[in-house]
Structure formats: structure tokens, C-alpha cells
Design a protein around this ligand. Sequence first.
Ligand code: CU
Ligand code: ZN
Length: 192
Amino acid sequence: MTIRPVSFVGGAAVLLASALALAAQDKPANPAAGVAKPAAASAVVKGSASVVLEPTQGSQVRGTVTFTPAAGGVRVVADISGLTPGSHGFHVHDKGDCSAPDATSAGGHFNPGGTPHGAPDAEKHHAGDLGNITAGDDGKAHLDQVFPFLSLSGADSIVGRGFIVHAGKDDMTTQPTGNAGARAACGVIKAG
Ligand SMILES: [Cu+2]
Ligand SMILES: [Zn+2]
């Protein structure tokens, strides 16, 4: 009587295979399944990006910035801590490289258009010029603003670029940096 257990195991395997086949058949039956891309199944808004900012050497500044496609541009939501009270230059930089202790490895401001530095609402400015973020007496800064010139896809995408919060204020005029001082925190902008 060795056949019984074998046939039982075989039967179970057939049942399991049938269940898997049924599960597989459920997918084409769902009208959305043929359209949706498998990797897009998450809570993150499609096409969004984010960056985690880490302190440079000797700095306490850290935070997060999210970039979400919005009507009229890209919505930027930032929460930064460890700042001195007041205004701090806030830019997308050319290179997604924060490896240097002072983050100079991130290069200059992201400038695919070859334009001068300026305020984000000026006629001419770098594509990475987001102006300043303002910290309160507790050293915390919050910003929620739509920037019409930012891009999260295509040739001028900011994904993969560096992001810097500076120790000082961007004066919006000094070329090509805004004289915003040392780089206090740095991160690489990543999709999702
Ligand atoms: Cu900068
Ligand atoms: Zn600039």
C-alpha cells in the first residue's frame, strides 16, 4: 500500500496547480491588469520623486523634500531641521554626488538652460533655483510650493541630481551661487 500516499500527494499537487492556474486566470479577467505596470503598484504618486538630506561635516541640518507632479508644475514639500533661524538657499545642484564632506561634489546649480542665477520667479534663473527656505527659532523650516519650471522627466529632469540646503541666505543676485554660503545638507533626488 505505497500507492495511496503517492497518489494523495499527487492529488494535492494537482489541486495546488489548479489553484495557481485559477489565480493566474484572475488577472486577465481584471480589465485594469492589462494596462497597469506591475512596478507602479504603490502609494507613491506616479512620477513623483524625493530626497533625503543628510548633514555635511560639522552640520546638524537634515530633512526631506518631496516632488509631486501638480497642476502648473511640480509641488515641492520640504521639512528641514537643525537650521539657524532665517533664510537658507535651497537649490537643485548639477550632480547627484554628496560624497565630499562639504558636498562640493554636487557641483553648481542645475542649469541645463545656460541661464544666470536668480530668484525662482525672476525672468531668468537656473532650473535649480528654488530661492530660500525660512527656519523659525526652533531651527525648523517647512515649505509647500509649486514651481512651474521643475521637471521630473525628460532631458531636464531633476531626478538623479543633487539637492542642497545652504548655511546662508540666497541673495538671488550674486553669480552664480546667490552667495548662500556653505552647503549644510545634501541629498540625491530619487524617483518615487
Ligand atoms: Cu545651492
Ligand atoms: Zn542658481
